[in-house]
Design a protein around this ligand. Structure first.
Ligand SMILES: [Zn+2]
Length: 93
């Protein structure tokens, strides 16, 4: 059995130093970072056969499914907080 190596055998650690120059006012003025919401960060995870690849849209997921899983199904085994639900689920409601 082979195991996939997730990290290179040698990693070079760097000591993180505290930022003593930046003020709270500078951070507030420059707007560093922003809170993301599910609406502006769409994500679709293909859970078919433990694939677990991420896609920014259902269309991209569909291309992947067609190419790598040979299926047109883009609703089964999909983890997402975005967009429309499965039309078949809506019919059941
Ligand atoms: Zn997949």
């Amino acid at each position: 059995m082979t195991t996939k190596q997730l990290l290179p055998p040698i990693t070079r650690g760097v000591v993180a130093l505290r930022d003593v120059a930046t003020t709270k006012e500078q951070i507030a003025a420059n707007g560093v970072g922003k809170r993301a919401s599910p609406q502006d960060t769409p994500i679709f995870i293909c859970e078919l056969n433990a694939c677990n690849r991420l896609f920014p849209s259902r269309d991209r997921l569909a291309l992947h499914r067609k190419r790598d899983h040979n299926t047109d199904d883009v609703f089964t085994d999909v983890l997402t907080w975005n967009s429309e639900s499965n039309p078949q689920d809506q019919m059941r409601e």
